[in-house]
Design a protein around this ligand. Structure first.
Ligand code: ZN
Ligand code: ZN
Length: 452
């Protein structure tokens, strides 16, 4: 099937932040979906490289450790172990695990950033960031809170959950320190800045050709009217990878780290010897598309920042093929909440359940187009119904006529393509086919259940 040299599609499973374990709401969103889509693509004979990992450097991690009163590295190790256990128990596979605690990963990220500054692609500029007038923390990400400049919703200095817009401390309305309540004071600094407006033509080409959901397009449409921000890619703060050389004293902005890691990961797989920017960029000649699975609130990042970082590095063909987003999954009608302990932790839940049934249920109930709701009763009823079908027992009544099974299985297979990905539909089609005694060895069943 692969006799012609076919281009590689990079599939990005977002890296969970290590400020808590994964709950099944997370699993039902991008994580399982990306794994199912990767497995289905491989079964079709497509060349895919799937990236996974953990995200250690958002300052949400530091905030969490300080709130819990625990040592941050110990906390990171514990949550990281729970997250990777959940991946393993859920059967979430990948070609590369992006490990921000790995020295080679850190060297690659800081090295690429230094090269981009040395070549003048990223300018050193005097800009005014903000610090807390009371506690002195640099105001970014979890350390700052205010109102979204686009829709007015409450937001940290990262992105707005309702509208997906970009919300730095400099843009937030009525911003204050989220850690101590202090007011903001201007902090003039000289830092590397990526002028995103310079990439407008390239980004427009990306948005035009990419297969993006309507809600992501609405978020991006803001930037058709408004200028794209100047984006500081490193700055003085107390959490994140420390820069070297000309940039010493600064730490890498964590979304910038993610953007650079999406360049580094595929390059490392395609050309293991690549150890500088130009060789990594050359390795990308084999890539013909990038597909992100993510929450809608990250639209600015997968739609603007990550493509702009690739372009700044020298990968200038529009490669954003598309994105699959999801809505929230509820638990007994309420949002999952770590602070209220209203959650079903993925590692604990999976340890006591049949992985295949969990994957099928979360696919069947996936919150892709609207919020859906997990209840134990519904999960149990689903398992009771599907267990005999998976074992090859067809029901005495209510079976699908066998003549219709092939069409159901074909629809299931098509629903697992990246474009128009719909694992809830695929699961329904598969269930019907199983009632007809068909589909036990089908590609959709293998992808959905995680059978290799
Ligand atoms: Zn403060
Ligand atoms: Zn907003």
């Amino acid at each position: 099937m692969n006799s012609k040299q076919q281009g590689v599609t990079v599939i990005v499973i977002p890296q969970p932040t290590v400020n808590g374990p994964l709950h099944i709401g997370h699993l039902s969103g991008p994580y399982l979906a990306a794994d199912i889509a990767s497995r289905a693509a491989r079964a079709r004979g497509d060349r895919v490289l799937t990236l996974a990992g953990v995200d250690v450097h958002p300052n949400y991690v530091m905030t969490k450790a300080e709130n819990l009163g625990v040592e941050v590295n110990e906390m990171v190790a514990g949550f990281r172990a729970q997250i990777t256990t959940a991946f393993e128990l859920a059967g979430i596979g990948y070609d590369m695990f992006l490990d921000p605690e790995d020295a080679a990963f850190q060297r690659a990220v800081t090295g690429m950033l230094s090269e981009l500054v040395a070549s003048g692609t990223i300018d050193m500029r005097e800009v005014t960031l903000h610090a807390c007038a009371d506690c002195g923390r640099t105001m970014h990400h979890s350390y700052v809170v205010g109102k979204c400049p686009i829709c007015g919703a409450g937001a940290n200095g990262l992105s707005c959950e309702p509208c997906g817009g970009f919300t730095s401390a400099e843009l937030l309305v009525d911003a204050s320190c989220a850690r101590c309540g202090g007011s903001l004071r201007p902090m003039p600094v000289t830092v590397p800045v990526l002028p995103l407006e310079d990439y407008r033509a390239y980004l427009l080409a990306e948005w035009q050709q990419a297969d993006l959901p309507g809600r992501a397009r609405v978020a991006l449409a803001h930037y058709l009217r408004a200028p794209l921000p100047d984006y500081p890619v490193a700055y003085p703060t107390d959490w994140g990878i420390e820069c070297e050389g000309q940039l010493s004293g600064l730490r890498v902005d964590f979304p910038t780290e993610l953007g650079l890691s999406y360049l580094y990961g595929p390059a490392r797989l395609l050309d293991p010897g690549a150890d500088n920017l130009s060789r990594r960029v050359a390795a990308w000649d084999e890539v013909d598309g990038v597909w992100h699975f993510n929450g809608i609130d990250n639209t600015f990042y997968f739609g603007v920042l990550y493509p702009a970082i690739l372009a700044a590095a020298g990968v200038t063909r529009p490669l954003l093929r598309g994105a699959t987003v999801n809505e929230l999954y509820l638990l007994d009608g309420q949002k999952f909440s770590t602070s209220r302990n209203h959650a079903l932790w993925a590692d604990e839940f999976l340890a006591g359940e049949d992985r295949e049934l969990v994957r099928l249920y979360l696919s069947w109930d996936r919150p892709d187009r609207y919020e859906t709701n997990f209840t134990r009763a519904s999960y149990d009823a689903f398992c009771d119904y599907i267990r005999p079908l998976l074992a090859g027992t067809v029901p005495a009544a209510g079976r699908l006529p066998v003549e219709l099974a092939a069409a159901e299985l074909e629809r299931a297979e098509r629903a697992l393509q990246l474009s128009g990905f719909d694992s809830a539909l695929a699961t329904r089609c598969l269930l019907l086919a199983l009632t007809a005694g068909a589909g036990a060895d089908s590609a959709p069943l293998a992808a959905l259940t995680g059978r290799s």
